[in-house]
Design a protein around this ligand. Structure first.
Ligand SMILES: [Zn+2]
Length: 268
């Protein structure tokens, strides 16, 4: 049976700060247990180009997303992880849930993850679209987390992307040295724990093979904000753990544009 992939995206997460402050016990444990590599993201450190690189396996020059306006992008020619898994094997089921509309909303900018409407009609591709920019990510992240949990428990999609933005939101308003940033991280960490538990139950009870990977698109300067080229803004990471299988053995020099290839190779 092919390995099922769950990629969890946590926007604007300073992993070292999260772990050293004790705010992210789940992330700390996953980092210890499985594959871990620090990662440096390209400049400018905006979410649009960042997630486009991670999700399409491309450099900024290749996907053409320069900032969060997505003007002149090349995403239609840079299919995302879920789409590529489907094109590779058309029995593949996929799931995406995100509260930042450019990632999944077909009526907005982007979307980075292709709509693939025919596969949605055939229940091969499920998409949960929320708008955290309008409604705030605290409640929207909780909805995304619950939708992700429901999907894993009930459908067990072959390739999923689940995205949280509550930490980034608070990073912008309060800065990353404020306890609110760490509390937002803890809320996400708890959802990661629930997703991991749901995956582990499936792996155990159904004998399925799963890979859970986690990453971020950029960090933040201390007072909050990103886009520049400081080490702290460019700091990212890749964590991956196996459930019902071994942890992956990947080179410890990973760039955002390598993640799709690494994950798809685990499905081969
Ligand atoms: Zn971001």
């Amino acid at each position: 049976m092919k390995t099922k992939i769950l990629l969890i995206g946590i926007d604007g997460l300073l992993l070292n700060l999260a772990i050293e402050s004790g705010s992210a016990p789940t992330l700390a444990a996953l980092k210890e247990e499985g594959f871990y590599s620090p990662m440096i993201v390209e400049v400018p450190t905006w979410s649009g180009p960042g997630w486009s690189s991670i999700l399409t396996g491309s450099t900024h020059a290749q996907h053409g997303v320069k900032d969060n306006r997505f003007i002149g992008h090349n995403l239609l020619h840079r299919p995302d992880l879920l789409s590529r898994a489907f094109y590779q094997d058309q029995s593949t089921t996929t799931f995406a849930a995100a509260g930042w509309p450019p990632i999944v909303d077909p009526t907005g900018l982007g979307p980075i993850i292709h709509e693939r409407r025919e596969q949605q009609l055939a229940y091969k591709h499920r998409v949960i679209v929320r708008d955290g920019e309008t409604h705030g990510y605290r409640s929207v992240d909780a909805e995304i987390g619950h939708a992700g949990l429901y999907a894993i428990q009930n459908f067990g999609p072959d390739v999923s992307f689940i995205y949280f933005c509550g930490a980034d939101e608070v990073g912008h308003t309060r800065g990353v040295l404020d306890h609110h940033y760490l509390e937002a991280i803890t809320r996400i960490d708890d959802m990661v724990a629930q997703l991991d538990a749901a995956v582990s139950v499936r792996a155990e009870e159904r004998g399925e093979s799963w890979l859970i990977a986690l990453t971020t698109d950029h960090g933040h300067v201390d007072k909050g904000g990103h886009g520049g080229d400081s080490d702290q803004e460019r700091a990212s990471f890749l964590i991956a753990v196996g459930r019902g299988r071994s942890h992956p053995e990947w080179p410890h020099q990973v760039g955002p544009e390598n993640i799709v290839e690494l994950l798809l190779a685990e499905r081969a």
